[in-house]
Design a protein around this ligand. Structure first.
Ligand SMILES: [Fe+2]
Length: 286
């Protein structure tokens, strides 16, 4: 059985934060437009631009996220953390909704499943694979902190959140009023709902993970929605404020966090020897 989670959320306006960006990635075939409408003046407004779907792969308990700007004539779309086994399901949805998939992105080099980016590139000509430069992986586009990935009038800001792996990033929707509100953070394995990714493989560091989360994620507005790469308990979404209050690991001081992480006694990941080499080359091994 394939589980599909659809999440609808309220959009509340938030005060602006300041941050700087270095580069903007825009697909050459997708025309840039100025925002058509403002939703300011309403205290609760549903974004007419964003189409959002949360999808689940049950063997690795991975969430894949589909985002599209449906106000744009081309309906440009991207997938975050697609899984090889569910690529056909994801593409069926993309086609049914009339979307144009342009980016297949990863938050990091996964050790528990093979990414779907390579298969997506094969099946949909023109799709570009995207990952952080710091991951050391093969891809079409390499991201650095502060970069923006744009689909139509929507964009994701790249934040470096290493610690689970050396190349982990969090993708955060824009801060402006014409972007989805509240903001959404796709945290990969940096923050899981009431947990976090392990730090004992792939250049992981509990010290670094603690710093990443507290400086890059817990500094976002408290109502920012947290969408993790996995969930093993049935949770779908959390918020920055909720995790700052209730995350059993990340609410602790750094030394306690490091002690917790070094005493997890987790088994060797069963897919790591297959998944990591495959994911270093976009999921396709020649
Ligand atoms: Fe991971």
């Amino acid at each position: 059985m394939v589980m599909t989670h659809c999440t609808r959320f309220q959009h509340l306006l938030q005060p602006k934060l300041l941050f700087s960006h270095s580069r903007v990635f825009r697909h050459p075939h997708i025309r840039a437009r100025t925002p058509l409408r403002s939703i300011m003046g309403s205290s609760s407004s549903f974004s007419s631009k964003l189409l959002f779907r949360q999808l689940f792969e049950k063997e690795s308990s991975t969430y894949t996220y589909l985002l599209a700007d449906v106000s744009h004539p081309d309906k440009p779309a991207l997938l975050i953390d697609p899984v090889d086994k569910t690529v056909d399901r994801d593409l069926k949805l993309v086609n049914e909704l009339g979307l144009k998939l342009i980016y297949a992105m990863n938050t990091h080099v996964h050790a528990d499943h093979v990414t779907g980016t390579g298969l997506l590139k094969k099946k949909v000509p023109g799709v570009k694979s995207v990952i952080s430069k710091a991951s050391g992986s093969k891809a079409d586009m390499f991201l650095e902190p502060g970069d923006k990935v744009t689909i139509g009038d929507l964009y994701l800001e790249v934040r470096a959140t290493p610690g689970h792996t050396a190349g982990c990033v969090t993708y955060v929707t824009g801060e402006e009023a014409d972007q989805p509100q509240p903001r959404m953070a796709f945290t990969g394995d940096a923050v899981l709902i009431r947990g976090c990714g392990r730090t004992d493989f792939q250049g992981g560091s509990s010290d670094q993970l603690y710093e990443s989360v507290h400086s890059q994620i817990f500094t976002l507005p408290k109502d920012t929605l947290i969408y993790p790469a996995h969930d093993y308990k049935g949770y779908e979404v959390s918020t920055v404020g909720e995790e700052m209050q209730h995350n059993p690991r990340l609410t602790k001081d750094k030394e306690t966090f490091k002690t917790i992480m070094s005493n997890l006694n987790l088994a060797y990941p069963k897919m790591i020897d297959v998944a990591v080499p495959a994911n270093m080359v976009c999921g396709l091994q020649e």
